[in-house]
Design a protein. Structure first.
Lengths: 1008, 429
């Protein structure tokens, strides 16, 4: 006869079996192996995310599924568990956890401590401690009962353990959550390789910026390839491990939409399709995320509502944070709609218990249940190539499954048991449902009505007699305890203890006068459906605000469109030989300046009355640091390998603010913490477009150099006085050395490329070095230098080094003593891009003068006025006017200093910088003389698109305030209904960058 | 041509006015909102003797300077200034604005004011003739004084000494919900402690005069003026709630005359400021909005909004010391964003003088006041037209040269002699 158990019976089946054996282990005692043959019958079994079988049996043996279906023969000797009314799902899989791994302590260096240039890790490892591909999580992994239980409670049976330390993190291991020896729970010792942009515990200085991390990862790919192709040239355990790790699925922890796109680009370069761990904000750039083709791992870390009761504090909550609060739960649905494959993770949740409630919320917001289950079973299993073990309940797979009281995703569902490798773990004691109306009889007292309502987990008691009183009821298994006051006025309680039998309750109790009594409560009627419904929360319709681009205040649901525009009767500053034209018309069409002249007509054009107004070319800022995530990779003297284009942030509100000041194009420069900094990005201020759409098309390459106090660390703590160079003498040698190495590098490649195949094979390929490649570009005139400089000695030195090594300095920027050596600059062919009137903020600018731009200009140096300051960039036209005031430059020439001249310095003057037919329609309509303090930009066109329009701006302000108020009301409502809240954030800049070392005030200072 | 002696980068202070001067034919901007076309301004012994239509002016005995077509303004005043205390920001030895310690009410900024600063002459050249020498740092930084920018030493420079005490209201680190990191928690504690200690200090100072003190307490005695209104309290605060908290706190402790400095959020708390009759020194017109959701021109239009709200205010240029010469242009920006030109001028002249308590002496071109006057060829508020041709401090005609003009001449001369083919620009003026 078979022993039949029910789930409700809650019998522990104990250790039933494990997929892995421990054959090699000796035993202390006799062998105690059991088959763990169990049949769960009459259940609703979800064998995979899309298949549901009613009234089915699941048969498991030795920790694996032996059979599943409606026609399963239960063999003799099986323990049969009747799971009638219950659901069985495959155990859930989380492919991004730190389960069982040591905690990672991010390195935090005190600014008074000296920089650490070299690795302190002993052994034949990589030069950089953030590159640690030799790490195998399987070697660090230890079963952690507490963590395992926490995850099992959520329904997980299998997790990927990722050691989240460093940029190249080595391999991750796939383990089950059984409380067994490590040897038994590891499913795949190396299931995936892990990468990120975060250097983790590495105390080494480099990289201290996101762009540095990207460059280091790129160089590591090249180094590993070279190391692999040239065995014996350099023994390097890390590089060998990196090559080895390339064979596994690659999981990239990006954690934000922009980092996801950045990671994908690195992957594209080295032909890797990463699986990317996101941050839950993918919906904000769904088109771009989709285009990565990456499967993604998504957290369910929906933000808490902000505490907005205080209107002053509420003002500190930015619109994007409010909108993200509202829209984050719709992220999974957006991914599903876009057809992006994804898996869910419990990562990033402050409280893991939020996982299932948040998952249900995501379903409420439009995610299908099927997709939800897929993201927790089949998708992670497939991505990890572990689908023969987990992800569904088929014959031969692990006996990893959960038993639930109903639909896993239903609000009132309870996970009853979680079986891992055939081991049963009880999650929830099934509360018996005692709810109903009973007739209560206590001793000799008159009968009363007893009502048990609420939920099975939290029953509520009411006793209805002469007086109606509420009381307390606690249920444990089939034991019950009741207590309630004798009558309404009394505080004396009647206390009853008893048990449940045949739908009735009975037992013994004590009255307030200490009398012991017997009592019983006979079941008379079940709870009405209505009462049950009242207990459940009322659902509200989901209403979401508009998606806006960029996801930021002053973002818009619809971006402005390119149009044909006819500006009538304006004063047009052409910057061409025509000079300033009065009462002139112009047409913008297809993104270009189509016509300039008198009495123009253009059919279909929007006509703008320019009477009393001025039109100029868009302002070009030769020296800007807006729209960047990180400015300095100042850790090494030469960092030509880093690229500002890698760290564009299209959501920087300064883009919009500067459009309002007439700026249309900016050169985004690396900071000035080192003699050779990073590669520039040239962008147009196309507010609302994605980072890739901001770049100026087909622009030449530029790079930042820097001289003087910043690169020699003059204004840093004394601990920093160890990095070469510390003097202007040393700075010269950095350049000579760098370019000498670049020449030798180029020669080595030339020599190699000339070789025959055989010779090449014998010699081996030279190592590709992205730093030296960049310097070679400079030597070959393919990349152009913008050199931060102040005093005459260093300017002269730079020119001499350039002459000696055979390159040109395109532009000296800041160049506050340019007036002392303007003749030398002119003879070298260098331009100057300077401040209008800054000086005295440090020693090397004590001789700066506001006539500097004027002198350089008069000597024939192409001269620009730049900002280096997100605020001043909004007034560059007025900064240019100072050269009229201080040095007698003509007004037309002064305007050119912020339009045509920077266009020349950036090699863009063939399409920007003046009002000329055929050039880009990057123009500004001013309400006043463009050099006057009273001038305001009314419209700023980029490519003929009015990205800034004063009228629309006014309207947007109203809409923005309305949207904020709607969200504030919604948050207040959420708080009233019990949602957790958080305080308003600190300033946005510190929120975004608080993790980034380079954003210390000191480093920001290095920008100028 | 400029005549710049090669050895004198800081010009010699001008001698005392020796005979009456009459400026004729200019547009007079009085500083109180009034404009007089074709005006004359006369002064003698350093005091203004006439300011009105040219037709009513008496030329007898005056040195007449024809400034027809030009503009006459009161000398501009920069409040909340570190000029003369901060020469080269990155060189510690040149810095004298920040004393160590939390409470330094007895510290006097004026004694460190360097009349030989290379920067000061460049500031004067754009029309700024007076500053409020102001200490910074700690919770109470010390006392400030008003100086004029043409003097042999700090004593000579004083227009009015020790006009008020500067209190930097401890920053609110509001972080109720999120788990604050340890550093922030300690900042919060420091703030609470600073406020407690400040309260004790003010409480003890308020009774110091009445008590018989066997021993002098410099800190307490330097604060007593706050309670009889003889000294102002300059409360530096920016965030709206800080302004309200700070003002209420010092009022409760009996401080009579309060000016809020910084005041980035002044518009948000305008009703409060008005109800409490508080004047504002608004810093940072040329600033980015404080928050990403703010109107992009919020700092630019704040002066106009303050004007509309009826709050008395002055402007200060707070981006850098060398940049104080741009004081007229932040007023100009305020004009571009709604403020009337004469109101904007008042915000850097008469309003400032009132807020600093020196309006009996300076701040407008009116009879009896100091002849501290500036003449510009064009509108002084616009860099396109700002061109200071004459400046007088207490009737003394000051030398408008500076180190920068000297360097300009020096190198311009080099290029002129060495490279006649590409001759340098015309010398300015």
């Amino acid at each position: 006869m078979r022993k039949i158990l029910t789930i409700a019976a809650c019998l522990a089946l104990g250790a039933a079996g494990s997929a892995m054996a421990q054959e090699t282990f000796p035993r202390n005692g006799v062998y105690d192996e059991r088959t763990g043959l169990v049949a769960l019958t009459n259940a609703t079994i979800h064998t995979d995310y899309k298949t549901k079988i009613e009234n089915a049996t699941l048969l498991i043996r030795n920790g694996k599924v032996e059979a599943v279906g409606t026609k399963v023969q239960v063999p003799a000797g099986a323990i049969v568990v009747d799971a009638k009314g219950k659901h069985i799902y495959p155990g859930l899989v989380d492919m991004f956890t730190s389960y069982g791994l040591p905690e990672v302590q991010p390195a935090r260096r005190n600014w008074t401590a000296p920089p650490q240039e070299e690795s302190t890790k002993q052994g034949a490892y990589n030069w950089n401690q953030a590159i640690r591909p030799e790490t195998n999580a399987v070697e660090l992994f230890k079963v952690d009962k507490k963590q395992a239980e926490e995850l099992r409670k959520l329904g997980f049976g299998t997790v990927l353990a990722v050691h989240r330390d460093g940029i190249a993190r080595g391999t991750a291991t796939l383990v089950t959550l059984a409380d067994k020896r490590e040897n038994e729970v590891i499913l795949l010792d190396k299931a995936a390789a892990a990468l990120s942009f975060e250097k983790g515990s590495s105390p080494q200085d480099y990289p201290n910026s996101l762009m540095g991390s990207i460059a280091l990862l790129r160089q590591t790919y090249l180094d590993a390839q070279w190391n692999n192709m040239n065995p014996g040239r350099e023994q390097n355990i890390s590089l060998a491990a990196f090559t080895g790790a390339n064979n596994y699925p690659q999981i990239f922890e990006a954690n934000s939409k922009l980092n996801m796109l950045r990671a994908d680009k690195v992957g594209d370069e080295f032909r890797k399709q990463y699986i990317i761990k996101g941050g839950g904000d993918e919906y904000q750039m769904i088109k771009e995320i989709k285009a990565t083709n990456a499967p993604i791992i998504v957290p369910l870390n929906f933000p808490e509502a902000y505490n907005v009761e205080d209107p002053y504090d509420a003002r500190r909550v930015p619109l994007d944070a409010m909108k993200h609060w509202e829209m984050a739960p719709s992220n999974p649905a957006a991914l599903q709609k876009a057809g992006i494959p994804f898996a869910f993770t419990t990562a990033d949740l402050k409280d893991k218990k939020d996982f299932l409630p948040n998952l249900r919320k995501a379903i409420e917001y439009g995610l299908s249940e099927e997709e939800a289950l897929k993201a927790l079973t089949a998708t992670p299993a497939q991505l990890l190539k572990a689908d023969k073990h987990v992800g569904s309940l088929d014959k031969g797979k692990l006996a990893n499954f959960i038993i639930t009281s109903g639909n896993l995703f239903a609000e009132d569902n309870v996970i009853l048991e979680n079986w891992v490798q055939g081991n049963q773990y009880k999650i929830t004691e099934v509360p018996a449902d005692y709810r109903g109306i009973y007739t209560l009889k206590i001793g000799q007292q008159p009968e009363r009505k007893l009502q048990i309502a609420g939920t099975p987990e939290k029953p509520e008691l009411k006793v209805i007699g002469q007086d109606t009183v509420t009381g307390k009821i606690t249920v444990s298994g089939n034991l019950v305890t009741l207590s309630f006051n004798k009558d309404k006025k009394s505080k004396e309680a009647i206390r009853l203890s008893g048990w449940y039998a045949d739908k009735n309750l009975q037992g013994e109790g004590q009255l307030p006068d200490a009398t012991l009594v017997k009592w019983n409560a006979k079941f008379s009627e079940a709870m009405t459906e209505k009462a049950k419904k009242d207990a459940a929360k009322e659902k509200q319709a989901i209403e979401l605000g508009n998606m806006i681009y960029p996801f930021q205040a002053f973002g818009q649901a619809e971006l402005p469109k390119q149009e044909t525009v006819l500006i009538k009767n304006a004063t047009v500053w052409t910057n061409e030989k025509e000079g300033v034209l009065q009462n002139t018309d112009m047409v913008l069409k297809n993104g270009k300046i189509a016509k300039v002249g008198k009495n123009l007509t253009e059919s279909g054009a929007r006509v703008i009355d320019g009477t009393g107004k001025h039109v100029t070319a868009g302002i070009i800022d030769e020296h800007s640091h807006i729209a960047l995530q990180g400015v300095n990779e100042g850790t090494q003297a030469v960092t030509a390998e880093v690229r500002m284009m890698d760290v564009l942030n299209h959501e920087d509100p300064n883009i919009y603010r500067q459009l309002a000041g007439g700026v249309t194009t900016s050169q985004l420069l690396h900071g000035s913490a080192n003699p050779i900094g990073g590669q520039s990005a040239l962008i147009k201020l196309r507010w609302g477009k994605s980072p890739d759409e901001l770049f100026v098309e087909n622009a030449d390459g530029f790079i930042k150099f820097a001289l003087g106090e910043n690169v020699k660390h003059s204004n840093r703590a004394p601990a920093h006085n160890v990095r070469f160079p510390q003097t202007r003498m040393g700075v010269e040698q950095v350049y000579v050395d760098a370019f000498q190495r670049a020449k030798e590098y180029e020669q080595a490649w030339k020599n190699y490329n000339k070789m025959s195949k055989k010779q090449k094979a014998a010699a081996g390929e030279p190592r590709r070095d992205i730093e030296l490649e960049t310097l070679v570009e400079i030597l070959n005139g393919k990349r152009h230098i913008t050199c931060h400089s102040y005093v005459q000695s260093e300017i002269n030195m730079m020119i001499k080094v350039a002459d000696q090594m055979g390159f040109k300095v395109n532009t000296f920027t800041h160049i506050l003593e340019g007036y002392k050596v303007a003749d030398k600059m002119r003879d070298h062919g260098a331009g100057g891009s300077t401040f209008a009137d800054w000086w005295a903020y440090k020693m090397e600018v004590k001789d700066a003068i506001p006539q500097n731009a004027g002198i350089m200009h008069h000597l024939g140096v192409t001269t620009a006025i730049n900002s280096d300051d997100a605020e001043m960039a909004r007034r560059l036209n007025q900064e240019a006017a100072k050269s009229v005031k201080y040095a007698g430059v003509s007004e037309e020439d002064a305007l050119k200093m912020v339009t045509l001249n920077p266009a020349k310095l950036l090699h863009l003057d063939d399409r920007m910088g003046s009002i000329k037919v055929g050039k880009d329609a990057d123009v500004v309509l001013w309400n006043n003389h463009p050099l006057s303090i009273y001038a305001r930009a009314e419209k700023t066109f980029v490519d003929g698109i009015a990205y800034y329009d004063l009228e629309r701006d006014t309207q947007m302000r109203t809409e923005l305030e309305k949207e904020r108020m709607r969200l504030v009301q919604k948050m207040l409502q959420a708080k009233t209904t019990g949602a957790r809240t958080q305080g308003p954030p600190m300033r946005r800049a510190s929120v975004v960058h608080c993790e980034d070392v380079e954003h210390h005030a000191e480093e920001d200072y290095m920008a100028y | 041509m400029l005549s710049v002696p090669a050895f004198a980068q800081v010009p010699v202070p001008a001698a005392k006015q020796s005979k009456p001067v009459l400026l004729t034919g200019a547009t007079l901007h009085v500083g109180n909102g009034k404009v007089v076309e074709n005006a004359a301004v006369g002064f003698d012994n350093g005091k203004i003797t006439y300011a009105g239509p040219l037709s009513g002016a008496n030329r007898n005995g005056h040195e007449v300077i024809d400034v027809a077509g030009q503009h006459i303004y009161p000398g501009l005043i920069q409040p909340n200034s570190q000029l003369g205390l901060n020469e080269i920001e990155s060189v510690r030895a040149t810095l004298d604005m920040r004393e160590v310690g939390q409470f330094n009410p007895n510290v006097r900024a004026v004694v460190a004011y360097n009349t030989d600063s290379d920067i000061a002459p460049t500031i004067r050249a754009n029309g700024v003739l007076m500053t409020q020498v102001t200490p910074v740092g700690g919770t109470i930084s010390g006392s400030s004084s008003v100086v004029q920018l043409d003097a042999w030493n700090w004593e000579d420079a004083i227009v009015k000494a020790d006009i008020g005490i500067h209190l930097s209201w401890p920053n609110m680190i509001i972080n109720t919900g999120m788990a604050p990191n340890p550093r922030m928690a300690s900042m919060g504690q420091n703030r609470e402690q600073a406020i407690v200690e400040l309260g004790q200090l003010l409480r003890d100072a308020s009774v110091y005069k009445q008590a018989k003190n066997e021993r002098e307490n410099l800190k307490l005695s330097s604060l007593t003026g706050l309670f009889d209104g003889s000294k102002k309290l300059y409360l530096h605060a920016n965030y709206g709630k800080e302004i309200i908290e700070g003002v209420n706190f010092v009022k409760q402790h009996g401080v009579k005359d309060i000016v809020v400095v910084g005041a980035r959020d002044a518009v948000a708390v305008a009703d409060f400021l008005k109800a409490n009759n508080i004047a504002v020194i608004y810093s940072g017109v040329h600033a980015l909005p404080s928050r990403s959701d703010e109107d992009v021109d919020m700092p630019y239009k704040t002066p106009f909004l303050l004007q509309q709200a009826g709050i008395p205010f002055a402007l200060d240029y707070d981006l850098s010391t060398h940049g104080i010469r741009n004081l007229p242009f932040i007023a100009g920006t305020a004009v571009a964003h709604g403020l009337d030109k004469e109101q904007a001028l008042a915000a850097i002249t008469l309003n400032t003088a009132k807020i600093l308590g020196v309006d009996q002496q300076v701040g407008s071109v009116e009879v009896g006041k100091d002849a501290t006057i500036v003449v510009s060829a064009g509108d002084i508020l616009d860099m396109r037209t700002n061109n200071v041709t004459h400046a007088f401090i207490q009737g003394r005609k000051i030398d408008l040269n500076d180190k920068q003009k000297y360097l300009y001449e020096k190198f311009n001369g080099k290029y002129r002699t060495e490279q006649p083919a590409t001759a340098g620009p015309k010398a300015q003026k």
